[in-house]
Write a protein that binds this ligand. Structure first.
Ligand SMILES: Cc1cc2nc3c(=O)[nH]c(=O)nc-3n(C[C@H](O)[C@H](O)[C@H](O)COP(=O)(O)OP(=O)(O)OC[C@H]3O[C@@H](n4cnc5c(N)ncnc54)[C@H](O)[C@@H]3O)c2cc1C
Length: 577
């Protein structure tokens, strides 16, 4: 049952209280309540009262996201020519899965094998996670029911999971050109039938968390679908923003503390309320929310906490550290075509027409998120020889290039565009999150650390040069007219300092931050949670969300977050249920 007011909740002690009804939190809530004897309360800071138009229509996910995100203050970024940047997060039931770009990318097999190695838990390896990938994914035909033969490998997909995944349901005018260029060029531009097989390198058809009806599949629409949310043992309280977890005495934990109580507020000026969990509190408030709650609660670097007047209960210096995001640059080209997505956003009559089509049929240009392809590349060995290799292995990319059949974001008033975005998906840079006040509802301070490692800026330069190499394919002659904006004077042979200036003026977040409450081996002297995602040195508290990634996967982060949540739910069930 979904509640808006604490006073309406039934007077009972829940077995588990999950903080955050986002991507991971809803998976855990769903799986734990499969057992009718287990009761779960989810506390979600956001609501559900967001315009369904903008939540459901795939095309708008990246355009209107700013309206729904909790724009945390970030410190000015020295690496980005002193610009401030925002880290976007979903602030609504479903969390970031309700507002994200819906790309479904698992990363490479090596990414997970590295997790297994650093945690000394083989359960996190690619092979051992396959059942959890399958429990999450429900492969569906694309909205336009086109023939998908050769566009994906069915043997690496699951038809039986909860969260819908499909290929693009609308073919775009540039699709044939994208793959013609691949044929013309060969080499690193090889066609990859399925980048989700564990070997992502090359060019493939994009897979997205979109249903056959052309709708967004978020953790709210899938894991909290009506058949699940009606369970008597599953309650969700909206507009409930947790401030702290509160300690009690523990005889079994090395810190002497257990955390079974969550303090929260429904109205930031209103009273602080409390709920208890008889078994565990699970933090699933995301890469910003979870470490923020830990720090507010006195769990973090004891020196840093003491300095701002917070009583340190558990000295875990890794809380908030290791923040890893993937910097991205959207490179814009003016093109000789009016069959791009730009006019949809500029012409109200056209938008109305395609929206009516979408509403009636679940088809048309609104069932794509901008582009239909994705590609992944290794950086040249000279870079990894010089700076070391931050990737997880030889089959893992350092770079992504995505294609957009139009401008990335709101287009200028004239012109038709092709976007070729470049991102460093295996970055070496690390940022951090901290707090500077005892007010638990003040925004945390975030420094994403983009491009602070020399590898990352060199890799981004290489990504841009790879993009120019790709555009040298004959198929683009006559289609691409010129370059746009700050990018206008950049060439493949621009000197490094010119490229660096462009990159530092243009790069931003790909919205994939992870790692601020990272898992590590039981005997490691760093890390925040153990391989079972229990907060180290305390009793009764786990973190299950994207903050536990020890390293970012070399791709977008929702699929791995779902996989973490599926396995974590099984670990919790094994411990208790
Ligand atoms: C705009 C955007 C675009 C993206 N595009 C893609 C993409 O195309 N493909 C991809 O794979 N990944 C994408 N991502 C990243 C991906 O969606 C996230 O990595 C993933 O969803 C994170 O899941 P999570 O469970 O860690 O956190 P979230 O899903 O963000 O869930 C956290 C939840 O906790 C709630 N919360 C936070 N603080 C509190 C508190 N104090 N008390 C109570 N509740 C709280 C939030 O409201 C939220 O519901 C994108 C993300 C964004 C924001």
């Amino acid at each position: 049952v979904v509640y808006n007011n604490f006073s309406d909740l039934p007077p009972k002690i829940y077995d588990f209280v999950i903080v955050g009804g986002g991507t991971a939190g809803n998976v855990v809530a769903n799986r734990l309540t499969e057992n009718p004897k287990t009761s779960v309360l989810v506390l979600e800071a956001g609501g559900t009262n967001i315009d369904a138009f903008q939540l459901d229509v795939p095309f708008f996910s990246d355009i209107f996201k700013f309206q729904y995100d909790w724009n945390f203050t970030t410190t000015v970024q020295p690496g980005l020519n002193n610009r401030s940047t925002f880290l976007l997060r979903g602030f609504v039931l479903g969390g970031s899965s309700s507002v994200n770009g819906m790309f479904y990318t698992r990363g490479s097999a090596d990414d997970y094998d590295r997790w297994a190695k650093v945690t000394k838990d083989d359960g996190w390896s690619w092979d051992n996670l396959q059942p959890f990938i399958a429990k999450n994914e429900k492969w569906e035909p694309p909205a336009d029911r086109h023939n998908t033969m050769g566009q994906f490998n069915p043997s690496v997909h699951s038809l039986t999971g909860v969260n819908a995944v499909s290929l693009s349901g609308f073919s775009q005018s540039i699709d044939p050109m994208i793959f013609k260029a691949v044929d013309e060029l060969g080499g690193i531009f090889n066609f990859n039938e399925d980048y989700n097989s564990g070997n992502p390198l090359g060019f493939g058809w994009l897979q997205s968390t979109i249903s056959t009806e052309g709708r967004r599949s978020s953790s709210a629409t899938s894991y909290l679908a009506p058949k699940y949310i009606k369970r008597k043992n599953l309650d969700v309280l909206l507009h409930a923003r947790a401030s702290r977890v509160l300690p009690s005495v523990s005889k079994s934990s090395s810190s002497g503390y257990a955390f079974h109580t969550v303090e929260f507020a429904q109205d930031l000026d209103g009273p602080l309320l409390q709920v208890n969990a008889s078994k565990e509190v699970i933090l699933s408030a995301g890469v910003i929310g979870s470490p923020h709650i830990l720090l507010n609660s006195g769990i973090g670097d004891s020196d840093e906490l003491s300095k701002i007047g917070i009583k340190s209960l558990v000295d875990l210096p890794s809380v908030g550290k290791n923040l890893t995001d993937q910097p991205v640059v959207a490179n814009e080209f003016l093109v000789n075509s009016n069959r791009t997505t730009d006019d949809i956003l500029r012409n109200a009559t056209l938008l109305n027409k395609v929206y009516t089509e979408f509403n009636k049929t679940g088809m048309g240009p609104l069932v794509v998120t901008g582009g239909n392809q994705i590609s992944f590349f290794r950086a040249n060995e000279s870079l990894t020889d010089k700076f070391g290799d931050p990737s997880s292995g030889r089959n893992s990319p350092h770079l992504e290039m995505f294609t957009g059949n139009g401008f990335f974001g709101i287009p200028p008033s004239t012109g038709h565009f092709l976007t070729l975005g470049t991102a460093v998906v295996s970055p070496a840079s690390r940022g951090f999150l901290t707090i500077n006040t005892t007010d638990p509802f003040a925004n945390p301070l975030i420094n994403p650390g983009y491009l602070t490692s020399p590898f990352d800026i060199a890799a981004m330069r290489e990504g841009i040069r790879i993009m120019f190499q790709y555009l040298s394919a004959p198929v683009w002659d006559g289609y691409v007219l010129s370059q746009f904006g700050d990018f206008a004077n950049i060439t493949a042979t621009s000197p490094d300092d010119v490229l660096d200036e462009y990159i530092r003026n243009s790069a931003g977040s790909s919205a994939h931050p992870v790692g601020t409450a990272a898992m590590s081996a039981n005997d490691a002297d760093y890390g925040v949670v153990d391989p079972d995602l229990r907060v180290k040195r305390v009793e009764g508290l786990r973190v299950i969300d994207s903050s536990v990634f020890p390293f970012v996967t070399s791709a977008h982060t929702q699929a791995p977050t779902y996989v973490i949540a599926e396995r974590a739910a099984a670990l919790v069930r094994a411990a208790w249920v």
